[in-house]
Design a protein around this ligand. Structure first.
Ligand code: GDP
Length: 300
């Protein structure tokens, strides 16, 4: 999802974009990644690839989330350095911060307290990745930077209910409820956790901006600066989809961290702002979803 959005955004820049599809290159294969990088010799690398998933997938597959991410990111960062890539942008996540960090969470909150247990495996891998970029910077003077995006959603998202994040999950549930003429839609947990959301095209815009203009040691938060409760999000999605359903809550599913609103003042100080409101971003994503169901590449 993020990689495709970055490719869309780079189409208006004066550059040649090289991508590596899953069929073409297995990022877990160190020799393959080294070869790919040595053959192409890019000027800059954006690392959007990761093993990602929602709250339940993270909790159920700790080895996959920790090990695959450590291997993939180390392969890419190390191969980029060997091929003399001087600019690299590593993408992390807002879950790198302590579970009970003061809100909004500034970049300096990193490693100041225990992580949220449902996604600590992914978080530990991402913390190692951003530290590896800092380490290459310090030891070798290369301009390897990191950005920490908030919860992203948009075209190309994963709509599988067992592994997806909350926005695509609720969009699919609302759509299926409407189609079946259902009267209720189930939301996991209590509905009280708060989350910040950013449309993936806004995220891509901020990331390309950082790639061009940022060269600092610290990672940079990328978010919208606003959050809402999961219950409010569910109501917004039901309304965008046009389902006439009341929302019920499933307390057997985890809530995760109570709140993770990021402090985006470093990014906003540059003048950058998102273009989509949450409402317009959800509407745009829902039309994409409908189009792609018709085309058959989103399967329910
Ligand atoms: P998180 O931000 O790492 O916790 O990841 P998620 O996007 O998976 O979940 C965010 C919040 O939405 C959590 O409090 C979930 O319990 C809640 N949620 C409610 N319904 C759903 C659902 O159907 N799928 C997912 N993934 N989360 C849901």
């Amino acid at each position: 999802m993020v990689g495709s959005a970055i490719v869309r955004r780079l189409a208006v820049e004066d550059c040649e974009v090289l991508t590596a599809s899953r069929d073409e290159l297995d990022l877990l294969d160190q020799a393959g990644v080294r070869r790919w990088m040595a053959d192409r010799r890019p000027d800059a690398v954006v690392m959007a690839a990761a093993k990602v998933g929602g709250i339940l997938a993270n909790d159920r597959f700790p080895v996959d989330f920790l090990s695959e991410n450590l291997v993939v990111q180390t392969n890419i960062i190390d191969s980029a350095f060997r091929s003399e890539v001087t600019k690299l942008l590593f993408l992390g996540s807002s879950c790198i911060y302590p579970k009970l960090a003061a809100q909004p969470i500034s970049e300096d909150a990193l490693l100041t307290g225990p992580l949220e247990p449902t996604n600590e495996w992914y978080a530990i891998a991402k913390i190692a990745g951003l530290k590896l970029c800092q380490a290459y910077r310090r030891q070798y003077g290369v301009d390897y930077i990191s950005a920490m995006p908030t919860n992203l959603y948009g075209p190309g998202d994963n709509f599988d209910l067992n592994s997806s994040h909350v926005v695509p999950a609720l969009m699919r549930k609302a759509y299926e409820t409407k189609r079946a003429g259902g009267k209720t839609m189930q939301v996991w947990g209590s509905g009280t956790p708060m989350r910040e959301f950013l449309h993936v095209d806004d995220a891509a815009d901020a990331l390309v901006y950082l790639l061009k203009a940022y060269a600092g040691d610290s990672h940079v938060n990328v978010g919208s600066g606003e959050d809402i409760t999961i219950a409010e999000l569910a109501r917004a999605i039901v309304s965008v989809v046009g389902a006439e359903a009341t929302i019920t809550f499933d307390p057997t599913k985890p809530d995760g961290t109570p709140r993770k609103l990021m402090d985006v003042s470093r990014l906003f100080a540059t003048g950058w702002r998102p273009r989509y409101s949450l409402r317009s971003g959800l509407e745009q994503t829902f039309s994409w979803f409908l189009r792609h169901i018709e085309q058959g590449d989103v399967r329910l």
